[in-house]
Design a protein around this ligand. Sequence first.
Ligand code: 48F
Length: 267
Amino acid sequence: MELSETVVTRAITERYLKKFLDCVELDAAVVGGGPAGLVAAYFLAKAGKKTALFERKLSVGGGMWGGGMMFNEIVVQEEGREVLDLFGVRTERYAPGYYTADAVEAVSTICSQALKAGARVFNCITVEDVMIRRGVVTGLVLNWSPVEMAGLHVDPMTVAARRIIDATGHDTEVLRVIERKADVKLATAGGRVMGERSMWADRAERMTLENTRLICPGVYVAGMSANAAFGGPRMGPVFGGMLLSGRKAAELILAEEEGGAKRRRKK
Ligand code: 48F
């Protein structure tokens, strides 16, 4: 059989549009495909929620690929290792309470599991704004990252999502836009993004998990974004907190959904 280039064009276009159209109304939208976002997407999809993850760059993985200073190994603690075990990422004990994993294996495996669980990943898409109805964030405003990079004047399009996770890392991009444009207060001291502080790994790991929470109606914050929102320090190439934070954000959403379903059943 001779390959037809135009069939290839049709196949890609039709399949992509089908995938995208299926995600125009979502149970959960994850912004940012770093470790926190990927783990959150995995647990939400696995629980049967219609989940899509939007990532600005060509590749997901965020800051995980490069380990520490491009030495592509990551460090996790005991609890983080348990999450890597669950995904089937191999770890090696380095010292009591310290484990290492190959950064490339970690990113590729977690991403693969998220997709196989049913999460849809849209790379090369930047979330540039949100939709708000009566004080609740109800969706995302999307554009192609190359449009943003080239500074082209092209209007964006939108998807609706009942729950959103800001997993955009150090820049807290979704929260920044809410802070700048909307009359919605964030659940931080002063109702604004407090900004990330200098390195303190142990404290940062604890704070990442504590600060993974609902930050305003419709929006949860996870990973490094949670630290930056609540003025927590950075932690460098320790990734346990990121993995646990992604899982916690998913669990909070699932608990909220379950609570809502119970209330509806009672009525
Ligand atoms: O930065 P990132 O890896 O965030 P994370 O999951 O993990 C942080 C660690 O990598 C590391 C650390 C601790 O171990 O300090 O930095 O919290 O991934 C964030 C992803 O979000 C994407 C960005 O390209 C990156 O891949 N992103 C950021 N803003 C947007 C976005 C946006 N507006 N739209 C779409 N994607």
